[in-house]
Design a protein around this ligand. Structure first.
Ligand SMILES: Nc1ncnc2c1ncn2[C@@H]1O[C@H](COP(=O)(O)OP(=O)(O)OP(=O)(O)O)[C@@H](O)[C@H]1O
Length: 529
């Protein structure tokens, strides 16, 4: 029986308004809609044209409904299709697989052989999301079905838009309640972001940071404690397309083993004693942004396995949850330890190291870039004087800078920062003479707080050489000027050795080698003698 369009519209709107939960409203609507249009499933999607991510947020079948967050990175072809079909707001397809966008989005749910009606939800010319109705196998939709379905644009656009607003509010509420310390950390990271020495002692580092920032590749920051690894991580995030997303820091060494799962992956309500409400983990909080895993070498073997899984699958499982959640994250890891050494001692997983060490950046210690000390001192004097409301920015006492330059700075930039602060406090802001430097700072022994490293093994030295050859060959293994030719080896033998030693090569790695200027070759991690 053909329903009167007005009746159909009115009755569906009543169902949409029957619940504040968009997934329940979708289900009620489906039960009514399928009395007039053949339908086995209805789903709601969002699309972000900047990231190219389509997200399925709710889905209903006659038997069940659910709120979801299943994200699909659309291929280039599908993204072009989204743009091309802007003028055609309703699409009727005989098989879901005939439509490049629907095919990719529904891959996760099956149903590629069903017919479908796909409606762009638009209000005041703005695309809010997409409503999809899946038919039954073998039954195609008619122009009449299309005409009825088109009527659902406005009510569903309003329902989806309200639901998304509510989701944003909940996210903010969570951030402000259970995530307060991280939120503050992030705010700080963004306001104090000047990298002193970017054009001088840290020029090589910043060049590498700039090269890798626009890519999605993981970054591994290596260097002694206090050299500025977190600062560089923040600089990479800010220069990346994810800059508007969160930068979530995890100090892997500071979380007790018993809490690490729930901290990183979150937990469901009632998952264990004390879990009185659902909590999102830090990976989930970093969704559409960057996660900074500081002191990554301190993770327990169990946590390393789970981290590897997140890096491979881009999925996490909250403690006590039956389902997995997709996360869209970029990983920056840091450590002051010698990860290769830890791998050979069996304390760090080799497969995890390969995943993290796609693009290593070594940050040199302060004693190796003394030229940065004057500008760092000036920088810290300025910001600390402002913090302390001294009302003036004091000059250094004569000779103080020479003493600062002579010192070996085992604690690196953080130690220098603290020394400046102490000197300003001692001088009381009146006579800013930096007396403490005269009294306390004697040139120390040339201490190195980086783990003492023995001679490289043959394998380490070979792997290092291969990476350098790949940078010079812009990632090409074979052919004229390729890494095999540079090293005087047969390409097949080189590939086998690189596989064995875990040196990344091939299409994906090529982009990274290509974007590394030959001048950065020397910045690959060196094994110190
Ligand atoms: N190049 C720099 N310019 C300005 N400030 C810097 C620089 N490098 C480090 N700092 C400051 O020194 C302090 C230590 O830096 P940061 O925390 O980034 O080091 P880290 O290597 O991550 O330390 P850790 O190994 O202890 O985690 C911070 O206050 C940071 O702002």
């Amino acid at each position: 029986m053909n329903p009167d369009p007005n009746e159909f519209f009115k009755n569906t709107v009543l169902r949409i308004c029957s619940s504040l939960e968009v997934e329940k409203a979708l289900w009620h609507s489906l039960l009514y809609v399928r009395e007039h249009i053949p339908a086995s499933q209805m789903s709601l999607h969002l699309y972000n044209p900047v990231t190219g991510i389509a997200e399925t947020v709710a889905q209903a079948t006659p038997g069940k409904y659910g709120r979801l967050s299943v994200k699909t990175h659309l291929s280039e072809k599908a993204r072009r299709q989204v743009e091309a079909q802007r003028s055609q707001r309703l699409r009727r397809v005989n098989r879901v697989s005939d439509d490049p966008v629907a095919e990719e989005v529904s891959r996760y749910f099956g149903g590629a052989v069903q017919s479908a009606l796909i409606l762009d939800l638009v209000i005041e010319g703005r695309l809010i999301g997409v409503l999809t109705l899946h038919g039954e196998v073998g039954k195609t939709y008619t122009a009449r079905h299309e005409q009825l379905f088109r009527l659902l644009n406005e009510p569903f656009a309003v329902a989806l838009s309200n639901s998304m607003r509510q989701r944003e509010l909940n996210k903010l509420k969570e951030l402000l309640t259970d995530d307060n310390p991280y939120f503050q950390e992030n705010e700080e990271a963004f306001s104090e972001n000047e990298v002193v020495g970017a054009d001088y002692g840290l020029r090589g580092v910043m060049e590498m940071a700039r090269q890798v920032a626009p890519l999605e590749s993981p970054v591994l920051l290596l260097g002694e404690t206090g050299v500025g690894k977190e600062l560089i991580a923040s600089a990479v995030h800010r220069a990346s397309p994810r800059r508007n997303g969160p930068l979530i820091k995890v100090n892997c060494g500071a979380i007790p083993d018993t809490l690490i799962d729930s901290e990183l992956f979150g937990h469901e309500k009632g998952a264990f004693t004390g879990a009185s409400s659902m909590k999102r983990g830090r990976f989930e909080r970093a969704d559409e942004g960057t996660i900074f895993l500081d002191e990554v070498a301190e993770l327990s073997p169990e946590a390393q396995v789970r981290l590897l899984r997140v890096l491979q699958e881009k999925e996490i499982e909250r403690v006590g949850a039956a389902e997995t959640t997709h996360v869209d994250i970029r990983v920056i890891a840091a450590t002051h330890r010698n990860l290769d050494g830890l791998v050979s001692m069996g304390r760090f997983r080799q497969d995890l190291l390969f995943r993290l060490k796609v693009f290593p950046i070594v940050i040199p210690p302060l004693r190796d870039r003394k030229g940065d000390i004057p500008s760092l001192v000036q920088h810290f004097v300025r910001i600390k004087s402002l913090d302390m409301k001294l009302g003036t920015i004091p000059p250094l006492a004569p000779g103080a800078m020479d003493k600062l330059m002579d010192y070996s700075w085992p604690g690196n930039v953080r130690e220098l920062e603290n020394a400046v602060e102490r000197a300003l406090i001692l001088s009381g802001g009146k006579k800013p003479v930096f007396q403490e430097f005269d009294l306390g700072l004697k040139p120390g022994p040339k201490t190195k707080n980086v783990e003492s490293l023995s001679l490289p093994t043959m394998d380490q030295a070979m792997a290092d050489l291969m990476r350098k050859a790949l940078v010079l060959a812009k990632g090409r293994v074979e052919g004229k000027g390729g890494a095999a030719e540079i090293l005087g080896m047969h390409p097949m033998t080189l590939r086998n050795r690189m596989k064995k030693l875990g040196v990344p090569f091939g299409k994906k790695a090529r982009a990274v080698y290509k974007s590394s200027a030959p001048s950065t070759v020397l910045n690959w991690p060196q094994v110190k003698k």
